[in-house]
Design a protein around this ligand. Structure first.
Ligand code: DON
Length: 340
């Protein structure tokens, strides 16, 4: 499908969104969701990156950041974890910001593969295309597009950009980095396979290392919420007030998250939750409600696609209770008891 933007550049991009409910309602409804799922005992902690297998399955942190800067945190929101695939969303945004609307569409793609996040077959079935920036191959191809004179410059810009989304400097967890770098043979293979199709303009080992480092930045559940709220806020971090990316970049990033953010479960996620979202294999989830804010969660047990079970359930509950679902068109009026 062609990129349409060249034909509609003269049409102003408008945004029609509502607002979050009143703060006391947000707090009450988040508490309900947290209590309901805190003891849910489903899913399996990932251990294909050996150190992740040590995570405490009982941990559960739930955060919300509104576009007005309101922050609410419940549970284990001080526990650090590696950002993993949630980084893909924000590296996509940085590359989209640097290279424009068309480049990632052309070079990487914006369609779901319907296959798992680390699929090799997906590349083979699609003439070497990784299809989208949210699976591992596509994320490696996206990270390879970060402009910069050398690997150090590209890393500095990457970590600086992700830190601006979070509102504070993010740091590599060296222990997780070592565990992942020693065992990421499949990602090395994906890099080589992309190279064999002429789809990587840089050294695969170097870009896979950069990708691995972006995945092991330490965050708490409030970080993805703040990063997502920046995408919800047209590119301005609502806590720091810093403009990180343009509103157009946010729009494009959220579109890819909606279609590809939860891998082969993206359709079900959209059907149940109705928000652009992204998961990470250490148990993080971000769900973004454009113009309103974002939810961030941390809970290590995952479903078979690699998405946090408690996180998905809490997002489903809150998407409904807070009126976040993009596809829900019933009138929302808190003065008429819609929050009861
Ligand atoms: O490359 C990997 O396998 C990990 N660094 C990231 C995978 C991931 O988070 C998948 N998400 N649910």
């Amino acid at each position: 499908m062609p990129v349409f933007e060249a034909h509609i550049e003269d049409v102003e991009q408008r945004a029609l969104t509502g607002t979050l409910p009143a703060q006391q309602d947000v707090i009450r409804l988040m508490t309900q969701a947290y209590q309901r799922y805190r003891t849910l005992d489903e899913g399996v902690v990932a251990d294909y990156i050996p150190i992740l297998g040590r995570a405490d399955p009982a941990r559960f942190g739930l955060s919300l950041v509104g576009v007005n800067g309101f922050v609410h945190e419940l549970g284990d929101t001080a526990v650090g974890f590696s950002i993993q695939s949630i980084s893909k969303a924000f590296v996509f945004a940085l590359v989209r910001e640097a290279l424009g609307h068309e480049k990632l569409h052309e070079v990487v793609g914006v369609n779901n593969t319907g296959l798992p996040f680390n699929s090799v077959i997906a590349i083979e079935l699609n003439d070497g295309s990784p299809m989208n920036s949210m699976n591992n191959a596509g994320a490696i191809a996206t990270t390879a597009l970060i402009p910069g004179a050398d690997a150090q410059q590209r890393w500095d810009d990457l970590v600086g950009g992700l830190s601006a989304f979070a509102g504070h400097p993010l740091e590599v967890d060296q222990e997780v980095y070592r565990s992942e770098a020693e065992t990421n043979h499949r990602n090395q293979a994906l890099g080589r396979l992309l190279q064999s199709y002429g789809r990587l303009a840089v050294d695969p080992a170097e870009v896979v290392d950069l990708y691995t480092r972006q995945c092991v930045l330490t965050v708490t559940s409030t970080d993805p919420a703040t990063m997502g709220a920046t995408l919800a806020d047209g590119g301005v971090n609502p806590v720091t007030g810093e403009r990180v990316v343009s509103a157009e970049t946010c729009r494009d990033t959220l579109a890819v998250l909606a279609s590809c953010g939860m891998y082969e479960r993206s359709g079900e996620w959209l059907f149940e939750i109705g928000l652009p979202g992204k998961s990470g294999v250490s148990g993080g989830i971000v769900a973004v409600s454009p113009g309103k804010g974002a939810l961030g969660s941390f809970s290590p047990p995952l479903d078979p696609a690699g998405n946090s079970v408690r996180g998905q359930r809490a997002c489903a509950h809150l998407s409904r209770a807070l009126g976040l679902n993009l596809f829900a068109s019933a009138r929302f009026d808190s003065t008429e008891g819609a929050l009861a």
